[in-house]
Ligand binder design. Sequence first.
Ligand SMILES: [Zn+2]
Length: 321
Amino acid sequence: MRRRSLFLVIATVLMTGGCQKDSNHESSAGNGPTEIKIHKIYQGPYPIKVVCTTGMVADLVRHVGQKHVRVKQLMGAGVDPHLYKASPGDVRQLHDADLVFYSGRHLEGKMTEIFASLARKKPTFAVTAKMHDDRMMQDEDGEHDPHLWFDVALWSQGIDLILDVLVQFDPSHQAEYEANGAAYRKTLAELHDYAKTQMARIPKDRRVLVTAHDAFRYFGRAYDVEVRGIQGISTESEAGVREINALVELLCSRRIKAVFVETSVSEKNVRALIEGCQARGHRVVVGGELYSDAMGEEGTPAGTYPGMIQHNVDTIVKALQ
Ligand SMILES: [Zn+2]
């Protein structure tokens, strides 16, 4: 009996890898810790190895960390984060990283356990963890909507969390991180204003955004657009015939000219909508391709977060105006 419990104690210690010191990084699956406390100060070598999940997260970290960080982004162009599973290579990179940042609010739904386990070993944070709760949106079933990057002003709050982590982890470059953060906050404030001004050019009754999945609620609220997705908030849900018919009705009755496809979601349902409208004598076209859950290829204009937002805004304005 005693031997057995001793064995259990040893096994538990071995399994947790003696990381009790870092228990502050303990993450509640979706949001991660909201209090940032890092006890171990980084001693080099530089750049700091940071692994991020989506391009939007990597973009924030790159801007705050600049030359002191080397950011590896796991999910490239066209990759759907709702369904993404970490490959053995990703797991190696995550374990090798000094810092890990993910988007959170259950966006990376298949990686929850990995984040929880990483958080016991190294600073692992969701960039959305400290974004104001009263700004969070949910769907009809009370599910968290994770697409926070589409409200640029809200997404820029992620800078504060990243800044907090970097300054605690690597205080020797505090002044630089703070200056970088302030500069990027200003860039994003300008981007937010750009989106607002541009979207307002579409007449209010035609300002309806129909997309493949429900990624644009935050966009709709921030920039005063009525938003309808064929699929739900996660691409895991199936669109039913009823949803398609309801949207066909909306498009026909409001004489809306265009619907949009997304780079990381199949076009099948959007095609069904266009055909449904056609059958009722209303012509709808594909207004263009929007970046929803992934940015564009690296090196292209939409391969940065501001570029992605600007592409979407310009595409929507052009098609609906
Ligand atoms: Zn999505």
